[in-house]
Design a protein around this ligand. Structure first.
Ligand code: ATP
Length: 263
């Protein structure tokens, strides 16, 4: 089998807000099909990096290559097309509260695909079912859904345009352990069914063990390591070992050992 090609190549990314330097010469490569988490201490710039990858914000300097193309060289129309190849799930779901779940999922379809209304509805319903939501949830408003359902709804919207790359910002934050675990299984299932590359920002150690095959650790304003959880946990870099040296990490490792490894 051919070696997977890089879907993301970040080189020498520099980001700052005013005097605050966030990334300094950050490099990262993500291969097609990977299930990668971005981890690191609070405020190290994980969400900012995710929004740069989603082309929502621009770094101060450096190169971003997505799907083999340098984004700086793309026209406005090409950038718009590239955005449709990425689905982003925001931390708070970011659904429009005045629209039903169905209408929320139809929004990106309506914007990008000139299709009859009935077909748009049908496509949106398929996405709602794909994320394991009951069809009767489609006509509910976001505030009528539970936390776990809201997360699934946000994923349904992120998948509306059949993206190749799915970006998830703290997908299990705020969920109870059973819902978080069910959400991890959903992500794994979608990855397998839809041939996706996944990038998730998470502090959830159970998700790190269960969902990812690679973890990029951000510290000292750059990527200090990119490796599977089982080697990262033993990485001797002081920032990495400090991050994992707590009881929650040990608890997750124990639970991983008892659940068996994913791959
Ligand atoms: N639009 C902005 N303007 C100014 N500062 C910002 C902006 N967005 C983020 N920051 C700052 O950049 C830093 C990195 O933020 P980011 O949200 O990426 O951190 P994070 O690693 O995701 O943290 P956490 O794990 O706590 O969510 C923080 O200090 C944050 O306050």
């Amino acid at each position: 089998m051919d070696k997977p090609s890089p879907i993301i190549e970040l080189s020498n990314i520099k980001t700052r807000f005013g005097m605050q330097r966030i990334h300094q010469n950050l490099n990262l490569q993500v291969l097609q099909g990977e299930r990668l988490a971005l981890v690191g201490g609070s405020g190290c710039g994980k969400s900012v990096l995710l929004s740069e990858l989603a082309l929502l914000t621009e770094p101060e300097a450096g190169n971003i290559k997505l799907f083999g193309q340098n984004v700086k060289k793309l026209s406005t129309a090409e950038l718009k097309l590239m955005r449709t190849r990425m689905g982003m799930m925001f931390q708070q779901g970011a659904l429009f509260t005045s629209l039903s779940l169905l209408e929320n999922v139809m929004l990106p379809l309506r914007e990008h695909q000139k299709l009859p209304e009935s077909l748009l509805k049908e496509l949106a319903m398929l996405k709602i079912q794909l994320v394991g939501l009951p069809t009767n949830a489609a006509h509910k408003l976001p505030q009528e859904l539970s936390g776990g359902m809201l997360k699934r709804a946000a994923v349904a919207r992120a998948l509306a345009l059949d993206p190749n790359l799915l970006l998830l910002d703290e997908p299990t934050a705020g969920l109870d352990p059973a819902s978080a675990s069910a959400f991890d299984e959903l992500i794994l299932d979608l990855h397998a069914k839809l041939d996706l590359t996944l990038i998730l920002v998470t502090h959830d150690l159970d998700s790190l063990w269960r969902v990812t095959d690679q973890v990029a650790f951000i510290g000292r304003k750059r990527v200090l390591a990119k490796e599977p959880m089982k080697t990262l946990i033993n990485n001797q870099d002081p920032d990495i070992s400090h991050y994992f040296a707590n009881t929650r990490a040990n608890r997750a490792m124990t639970s991983q050992l008892t659940r068996g490894e994913t791959s």
